[in-house]
Design a protein around this ligand. Structure first.
Ligand SMILES: [Zn+2]
Length: 279
């Protein structure tokens, strides 16, 4: 659905699932986003590692930008660099259900994204804003997502994917807030996305606007039920790129927020503050 953030799409539910994804991070992965970025060309500058030099290479996002504006330098004096896990996918079965081994990867608000769609769209995180508590106004942006990488995780028997982001948060816009992030007093992130639709995992209904949402997603999201074959299922809304005529639209990850409240996806936690030496 357009113009609605991921976490505001449906009313929050009390989470009844007891098993959460394990925090998968180690310090060994911390430099990987910088080395692996494809939307940007990233490197340390010639004087050492105190700056990150970012050149935006995405043709779409370069439209309307002057040549000079494509080059941005992020100095450690001005920015806090953090790595976070923003989202994980779930395995979608052939009949549109959430696989039983993926129940734990449905967000606490009942929303999920399939492996296929996350692999297809995760790079849209790159260049998106870093907000506080989803205050989605550009004037309230505290920073930018410099890179996004995806990695497979298989802890349940089904492979799913985690997306890690490299975020630069400005130190000067709100020094106390930046300091809270740097000292990890702020622990959680949550992302915002726009999608062409939400598809019900129980009945397959595609909702392109609020009034199209089926009764299952209105009243049963995140709840379990037993299907006609006696199998336990979960009612979830897949964020989807399908339009009402089943043609392909889009999913756009628009922002990542640091939160002063608990996130929809509880494994979304600040994982690592990247220690870039200052000049
Ligand atoms: Zn439904």
């Amino acid at each position: 659905m357009r113009n609605q953030s991921f976490q505001n799409m449906l009313p929050p539910r009390v989470d009844k699932r007891d098993k959460l994804p394990e925090e998968p991070h180690t310090s060994k992965t911390v430099n990987k986003p910088i080395e692996a970025c494809e939307g940007y060309s990233c490197s340390s500058n010639s004087s050492g590692s105190s700056n990150l030099e970012i050149v935006h290479k995405n043709k779409e996002k370069n439209k309307g930008m002057s040549k000079s504006s494509k080059l941005m330098r992020f100095k450690a004096d001005d920015w806090v660099f953090t790595q976070v896990t923003a989202i994980t996918s779930a395995k979608k079965t052939k009949d549109g259900k959430v696989s039983q081994n993926s129940f734990q990867y449905v967000n606490t608000n009942g929303i999920a994204i399939s492996n296929e769609d996350l692999l297809k769209y995760y790079k849209s995180f790159i260049g998106s804003h870093n907000y506080k508590d989803h205050e989605q106004e550009v004037s309230k942006s505290y920073g930018v997502v410099l890179d996004a990488v995806i990695r497979p995780v298989n802890k349940t028997g089904d492979t799913v994917y985690y997306v890690d982001l490299l975020i630069a948060t400005n130190r000067h816009k709100d020094p106390a807030w930046a300091r809270a992030i740097e000292t990890q007093k702020v622990k959680y992130v949550s992302m915002g996305a726009d999608s062409s639709s939400i598809q019900c995992s129980k009945c397959g209904n595609i909702a392109v606007k609020d009034t199209d949402i089926c009764e299952h997603l209105l009243f049963e999201t995140g709840l379990f039920y037993i299907d006609k074959d006696g199998n336990k299922q979960i009612t979830s809304g897949w964020i989807s790129d399908k339009k009402s005529d089943y043609s392909i639209g889009s999913i756009e990850f628009e922002e990542i927020s640091y939160l002063t409240v608990s996130p929809a996806y509880r494994a979304s936690a600040l994982s690592y503050v990247i220690p870039v030496p200052k000049n």
